[in-house]
Design a protein around this ligand. Sequence first.
Ligand code: EPU
Length: 432
Amino acid sequence: MKFVIQGGKKLEGEVTLAGAKNAATKMLVASILTPEPCVLENFPEIGDAQITQELCRSVGSVIHNGNGTMNIHTPEITNSKVVSLSRRNRIPILALGPLLARVGEAEVPILGGDRIGPRPVDIHLEALQSMGAKIEVMPDRYVASAPQGLRGATIELRYPSVGATENTLLAAVLARGRTTIRNAATEPEVIDLIKMLQKMGAIIELGANRAIYIEGVKALRGVTHRIMPDRNEAVSFACLAVATGGKILVKDARQEDLITFLNTLRRVGGEYEVAPEGIIFFKKNGGPLRPVDIETDTHPGFMTDWQQPLVVLLTQADGVSHIHETVYEDRFGYAKDLNFMGADITVEAKCLGGLTCRFRDKGFSHSAIIHGPKELHGAELVVRDLRSGIAHIIAALIATGQSTIDGVEEIDRGYERIDRRLAQLGADITRI
Ligand code: EPU
């Protein structure tokens, strides 16, 4: 499927955020920890959620989903081998903990790298192994077992990986004894998952310095939980409002999830008002946009999923901006596409910033220099990954002329009906 976009329209009006992709998918998996029914409200209609539902159905979940409410019930695990399914996103690895907790064995597929780098799961596996899981690595799958059940452990993550923190949480809530996760990820989506687990009966404490303490319980109960709004959608709409010189009320956007982004937006020359129903984004009156230097980081730093929409904005800023990507080693592939549209972005292997970075001197192209302002013109583009897809859309909306964006299924994985919502804001966008 493709989007055909005519650029040059101001985007104005209101849009409501969907539930967060990166919380919803994990919560589906968390629901299989209990034999009781669970209800997830504000459930987004996105491709990644569909893929995760397939995974849950294959282990025995009964699912009814409609009007943003997901009812999921897994009275029994009928199958703990999900190898033939769900190779299309990174969620299956998170099913290891709950499956081991409920039936003592699990098989999940080995996931290849994707277009933003190899994305290994070594930290996940080490955490589960230190809790007593035996994990055999086969050519296409991980075969895991915990015949004696999982036991609590003290786990120091080498890097505060979001997925590894979630995997450990999901394994630890039903493990015997106490688990400590040091150097844990504390992203709002992780906290939202903790809130759901706590309502299910888990005992989880948040300590200082990225520590999480979990006291295993014997069983968890059903829950009704409202999924937090998607802060990555919020950032995309904010950048769109400022880039097109429009004004958008992003309903349900929460200031507490966006503090670092809001500061950056203001430095660039965007403005916002925090309103009772959300946040209104627009461009500051008068003057050009200004360049900034940004380093992506784990929460509460500037998120890696925000750099792509921001970079499009920075192609319109008057001066030179620098971005140092410290979370993924290969997340600037889309710079080529923007350059093809008229941008001037150079990608470098040097660390263009002061943060300690795992990619220093390893030859990864993980820093970008953006010279602006540059007029963008329409082009034919192919989506590389979800977030570069949104960069393509924003670029096409500010470009002169027509753009075609192919492979929009990738964008549908994380943005709910983005074409219809953009059209309601005044964009000229057609899905073909
Ligand atoms: N890493 C390892 N070993 C591991 C796990 C991670 O080396 O075992 C590395 C990764 O390769 C990467 C870094 O650690 O370089 C960060 O990975 P992390 O595990 O934190 O990310 P994730 O859980 O795979 C989630 C989101 C991403 C988001 C990151 C960072 C989901 C499904 N995905 O990924 O979202 O960028 O956290 O916040 O929650 C997206 O939505 O487009 C997206 C990529």
